[in-house]
Design a protein. Structure first.
Length: 139
């Protein structure tokens, strides 16, 4: 079985490419791996991926456009880990109007049955953007 470190690092390193080319596929419940990890092991692996992503944020000095530590990158990394471990995870993206500044705020998080996700919606109320429109745009 692949180690937690390898799985977490691979998901973090794949995140920029997945965001650029395959993000709509993470917005819907998709195929999951066959590995049967316990929910506790899955949560530990996700948290490890988050720590790695934070560390890799330092690589922005090398390539500013490739490495980011945002809710989208954290959520994509988390979703990749959970799916690899056999959990039906998906990334959700929401938006809300920020009344104080008059701008639009957006946030990404992960939902997965059976695992407490590190990337959560939080206390703010976001309107979830439709996954079906993203899939239509890809096809």
């Amino acid at each position: 079985m692949i180690s937690r470190w390898s799985l977490a690092l691979r998901s973090v390193l794949r995140a920029p490419t997945v965001i650029e080319h395959q993000l709509p596929h993470l917005l819907v419940l998709g195929d999951v791996g066959s590995r049967g990890a316990s929910p506790v092991e899955a949560e530990h692996t996700v948290r490890l991926a988050h720590r790695m992503l934070s560390g890799l944020g330092r690589l922005r000095r090398i390539n500013v456009n490739h490495w980011r530590v945002t809710c989208l990158y954290r959520s994509v990394s988390e979703c990749l880990v959970l799916r690899e471990l056999g959990y039906p995870a998906r990334v959700l993206i929401g938006a809300r109007a920020d009344e104080q500044s008059g701008s639009i705020a957006a946030h990404a998080w992960v939902e997965c049955d059976g695992v407490t996700c590190a990337s959560t919606r939080g206390e703010e109320q976001y309107e979830i953007l439709s996954a079906s429109s993203a899939m239509t745009a890809v096809q």
